[in-house]
Design a protein around this ligand. Structure first.
Ligand code: ADP
Ligand code: TRP
Length: 338
């Protein structure tokens, strides 16, 4: 599927990731990059910091979020020697290409984009004017995202369901430009959804999300992880009562992390009334700690030695820039008839 394909993924630096982000986005993104590389393809992974400024205006906060996200990807196994790992704002050609794409972006596309529509809906619910607090960065962000993708001749963009529309917009813009100049100036990207990635529930049973405050933290100490795991909702049924594992939240979360054998053990114990809530919470806790242990050490190392990470991001930008320059030149030559 990824034979010789160019796979590109972007991640917004948006505060400390939790276990749901890790299992549902970070680990799968890295695994997919490894798959692409193993199949002779290439893998671009970048931090979308120009996207982040639409929402976050405090430079100190932005900088900290960028550091965290860079260190997390490295800690989770991204290999910057194999994958091209860079910061969006280091590639000046991307905003320049965005400007050219604007001329081929129907305004109606932006009106229909999910992120903008969600912001408008929120305003309406709050009884505010439609465009209250909405800046042009948010409004036009699918065009910047299209430039992120098209700049690197991307074949495949791995995304969650919410981002499919944005990849389609990128494809449409590229198609419009190719049609206008009657040649293949830009490669048409496709999206890829990994159906095996599960939505991890939080400690209250809703989707784990920082906006619900129901998260199991990732790179904090064991005590913080333990506190979250032991706060997972349970009922007051006695240990001996046989239970359907599918109704037990601890088991639901365990599913996202345990091996089939471990999962079977917990499932059998619940069905047979041999495992109580204390037991299964300890099993989950052990699994979470085992999962994050190595990554946490690496994360702490990189956070304390960020100059090394800076070096990696600069090397990544140096690899990305020549490709971006080529794309920009191809576009300018066509647009300005040179
Ligand atoms: P949050 O809901 O905590 O704000 P984001 O919306 O910033 O998380 O999500 C960042 C990435 O993590 C997205 O790719 C999203 O699909 C993934 N993700 C977030 N929460 C979960 C979850 N509970 N289970 C699986 N993946 C998740
Ligand atoms: N919009 C994506 C998100 O919110 C992040 C992103 C920006 C991205 N540019 C991209 C993802 C290019 C894939 C390709 O998660």
């Amino acid at each position: 599927m990824f034979d010789n394909k160019i796979v590109l993924a972007g991640v917004k630096p948006t505060g400390k990731p939790h276990l749901g982000n890790y299992l549902g986005a970070i680990k799968p993104a890295i695994a997919l990059g490894h798959r692409a590389l193993a199949q002779g393809g290439s893998h671009y992974m970048f931090i979308a910091d120009y996207h982040a400024i639409n929402a976050e205006k405090n430079p100190a906060v932005l900088n900290e979020m960028l550091k965290e996200i860079a260190c997390i990807y490295l800690a989770a196994g991204l290999d910057p020697k194999e994958s091209v790992f860079y910061r969006q704002s280091d590639i000046h050609e991307i905003p320049e290409i965005t400007t050219i794409l604007y001329a081929y972006t129907p305004k109606g596309f932006m009106n229909k984009a999910h992120a903008y529509k969600a912001a408008v809906d929120k305003n309406r619910e709050a009884g505010k004017p439609d465009d209250d607090g909405i800046n042009m960065g948010l409004y036009t962000y699918p065009t910047l995202m299209a430039a992120d993708i098209l700049t690197f001749n991307t074949d495949i963009v791995p995304v969650g369901k919410d981002q499919v529309q944005h990849v389609e917009i990128a494809r449409d813009i590229a198609g419009a430009i190719n049609a206008h100049y009657n040649r293949d100036l830009l490669r048409l990207p496709e999206y890829y959804i990994d159906e095996n990635v599960a939505v991890v529930p939080g400690v209250d049973g809703r989707k784990m999300s920082k906006s619900y405050g129901n998260v199991i933290p990732l790179f904090e100490d064991d005590a913080a992880i333990k506190k979250a795991v032991f706060s997972i909702k349970t009922d007051s049924r006695p240990l001996e009562e046989p239970k359907d594992p599918e109704e037990i939240l601890v088991y639901q979360i365990y599913k996202a992390i345990a091996s089939p054998a471990e999962l079977q053990e917990m499932g059998d114990g619940l069905r047979q009334g041999k495992l109580g809530y204390g037991h299964i919470k300890n099993m989950l806790l052990d699994a979470v700690i085992a999962e994050v242990k190595d990554a946490r050490e690496k994360y702490n190392y990189y956070m304390a030695h960020f100059a090394e990470v800076e070096g990696m991001l600069e090397d990544g930008a140096a690899k990305a820039r020549p490709i971006a320059k080529e794309t920009l030149k191809r576009l300018k030559d066509a647009v300005f008839g040179r």
